[in-house]
Design a binder for this molecule. Structure first.
Ligand SMILES: Cc1ncc(COP(=O)(O)O)c(C=O)c1O
Length: 411
């Protein structure tokens, strides 16, 4: 039962005493709850020396808490050190040499997802690209590509570069009608609103804790739909992927009938403590309330940025965007640093200024960012400058991703 109002939630993040923090798309802000959970981990270490039984229990508690937060069963969740590790575990379990060899990806993927599937080409995968038009990637772009040769469609929910949200339910319907799996990368959305992974219907999902799940690097999740688990045996594996890791067998590889089979080495205990602290805090405000606050702030910011004459790259329709809004600047790194000098923490990808919201943000944050954009408008593209206006920009080919050079801060 949610007990915290958005104001009470915000008060648990000390950074708001000093800054306007709108960078959850890179890293969620640190709460006193997560700080306390990390302290609990160090204290358990001081106290017990090597309390591995307790630490493994904590990882199991995290599995249960995360599963509940997305409407999954706990047996459908593997606790991973990164989203990449989750994608790799699935890729390694697939066979590209049968009737289905094709992997169909969109142009808005995060690099790690694209790279892992490109690396499968050596194992027989054939990669095909669904093209974006301007800042939009429609399910129609997959129509001609997904067929009886398609094995898997890895797709990012919210694009880290422009905030575009793909219609995953429609994409999943299309892929399933044609016998292909869908692997969802939900990293840029999980924690920013409610999620029912079964209703969404995807086969696999990866996400991690350091963005809208408000915890630290080192822990991520892989969801595998129940009926698929026992059909898949990853070749990227290890002792924590066994029925009983503590049997210490070197003469056989056995497979648990749960998603634990996709895990490999020693679990990320400190990050698991942090993530448990963060999930407990998110429960206290509730994902419905988070989603409402995020949607309200995204709408307010997007509307104000557009009214200010700036080039907004994120779609206008609420169902086609997530918690991130991208406005086109003339020099992204310079703008981020000027905003930093004004006490605003944001980030950029290339010249796209990324401003993202969580339930800890409020209207004053939005208005503060908009005022700062107006003050720094010399560094922003204007919608009236047609030659370079962003909606006319076609990704054209996947090389655009390379052209949008990543700034040193995290994605
Ligand atoms: C959409 C998306 N997927 C994946 C990742 C990275 O995943 P990991 O570093 O946990 O493999 C990020 C950002 O860090 C991301 O934004």
């Amino acid at each position: 039962m949610p007990t915290l109002s958005p104001d009470q939630f915000r008060s648990r993040f000390p950074i708001f005493e000093r800054r306007i923090y709108v960078n959850s798309c890179s890293q969620g802000a640190l709460s006193t709850d997560v700080e306390g959970a990390v302290r609990e981990w160090t204290e358990s270490w001081h106290e017990g020396g090597s309390p591995w039984e307790l630490w493994v229990e904590k990882v199991e508690a995290l599995r249960t808490a995360f599963a509940a937060s997305i409407g999954a069963e706990r047996d459908e969740i593997a606790v991973m050190p990164s989203a990449s590790a989750g994608i790799n575990a699935i890729a390694s379990a697939l066979d590209f040499n049968g009737a289905r060899s094709n992997v169909v990806m969109g142009e808005f993927e995060f690099p790690t997802l694209a790279q892992i599937w490109l690396a499968q080409q050596r194992r027989g995968a054939i990669v095909r690209w669904a093209r974006a038009i301007g800042e939009r990637l429609e399910v129609g772009a997959y129509e001609r590509l997904v067929d009886e040769h398609t094995l898997v469609v890895p797709a990012t929910h919210v694009c880290f570069r422009n905030g575009h949200r793909t219609d995953i339910a429609a994409l999943t319907d299309l892929c399933h009608a044609r016998g292909a799996y869908v692997l969802l990368d939900d990293y840029q959305r999980t924690g920013s609103g409610p999620m029912d992974v079964h209703a969404l219907g995807v086969d696999f999902m990866v996400t991690g804790c350091l963005k809208y799940l408000l915890a630290a690097a080192g822990v991520a999740f892989l969801y595998v739909r129940h009926d698929l688990i026992e059909r898949l045996e990853p070749t990227i594996t290890g002792w924590f992927g066994r029925v009983n890791p503590f049997a210490f067998r070197i003469d056989q590889v056995d497979w648990p009938d749960t998603a634990r089979r996709f895990e490999s080495g020693t679990p990320p205990v400190p990050s698991a403590y942090a993530a448990l602290g963060a999930l407990a805090l998110l429960e206290r405000i509730g994902y419905e309330a988070v989603g409402r606050q995020v949607e309200r702030l995204v709408a307010r910011y997007r509307t104000a940025a557009e009214a200010g004459g700036f080039v907004v790259r994120t779609p206008a329709e609420p169902e086609r965007r997530g918690p991130l809004v991208v406005v086109q600047s003339l020099d992204g790194p310079a703008l981020v640093s000027r905003l930093g000098a004004r006490g605003i923490v944001a980030s950029c990808r290339g010249n796209g200024l990324r401003v993202s919201f969580h339930a800890y943000n409020n209207e004053a944050d939005v208005d503060g960012v908009v005022a700062a954009l107006e003050a720094e408008s010399a560094l922003l593209e204007r919608a009236s400058a047609p030659a370079v206006s962003a909606p006319a920009r076609a990704y054209g080919d996947v090389g655009q991703a390379a052209a949008d050079v990543a700034a040193p801060n995290r994605s």
